[in-house]
Design a protein around this ligand. Sequence first.
Ligand code: UT7
Length: 374
Amino acid sequence: MCPAHIVGWGMYVPERVMTNDELARTMDTTDEWIRTRTGIEERRIAGDGETTSSMATQAAWRALEVAGLRPSQVDLIIVATATPDYVFPATACLVQDALGAGNAAAFDLSAGCTGFVYALGVAVDMVAARDGPGQTPTALVIGAETLSRITDWNDRATCVLFGDGAGAVVVQANGSPGGVLSTFLGSDGSGGDLLYLPGGGSEEPASHRTVSERRHYVRMRGREVFRFAARAMPDAAHRALEQAGLAAADVALVIPHQANQRILEAAARMLNLPPERIYSNLQRYGNTSAASIPIALCEAVEEGLIQRDAVVVCVGFGAGLTWGATALRWSVPLPAAPPAWWERARYPLWQGYAAIRSVARRLMWWLLGRSVKD
Ligand code: UT7
């Protein structure tokens, strides 16, 4: 099996910014409480018409552009999300259609805020297993969330935490050394009700009662999740590093799930790393669940914090309970050479093609339905 590499990255966040002060005007909270307890200053909120799939698609186009690939070269799309557009079809299938990625398998992955790390691990194994002479298996791994739609805006203990957005990476097994070195994944379902969405599933199907009791919104026991996270993140990072034959001292940058600045500081202490080696952007986006690690990865790359051959650890924890970490050796030269104008110009054309392809295929399904004789 050939190592898999991250060869493209992209992110999308909605334009609308919601500050702590804005929240404090509508509920019993303060900017000071939110900043000191979480580190969050503002978050992005999806606009009308924006969905998990639309944000995932924007992030995916950007990642493909960085990788210099066209959608037809993608073999696999995984969307990690707790806020899919629908229970089914999978959000990944909606992204596949929106990209016009006609050769891709597509599925969603549910592992809470650890979803991106899980999806990256699955994609790495799938592209590495498909590697063969003359082949460059390629996967799009996306973390995307519209948490504002499952947030109880009357519950100050949770609504101040979350935000919307999407991040994507392109993973390729291309024969070069480095890339993803190891993945560690963990789970403990006994903590499932520490962070969950009770209504709308097979246990509590949607009803007047589930709606009136606000059971379609996130419920969380914050203190328990905090304590779990402070142990699980360093533990997962250590295990992934151990599998890769590395130590914490070898790590150039940790890209952690962005949940709470105090959790990140506790993780830094337990890993014996200085705080500047733990990337943080949660002050601007809050907790975007499965989207937080790929968004943070994109921003760390853009800020020049990741160099070629640097060891990077992505580490997360979340609903499930789940936790996990990936250790990788960054193999793409940075800063990436800006693409020529004609390379950039191809993407609007492919976007136009994808839109026409989608309409044509819907027309085909419609015609197929009409042509069936009783
Ligand atoms: O992606 C995984 C998702 N979840 C997490 O990572 C969450 C992990 N947990 C946390 O980050 C923290 O537990 C929170 C930020 C959620 C809460 O911080 P805390 O320091 O654990 O606060 P607490 O729950 O112990 O509450 C302390 C007080 C309570 O008041 P009393 O009972 O002491 O009078 C809360 O009612 O703070 C109160 N409180 C607030 N006050 C002002 C809770 N939320 C707010 C608020 N504004 N927004």
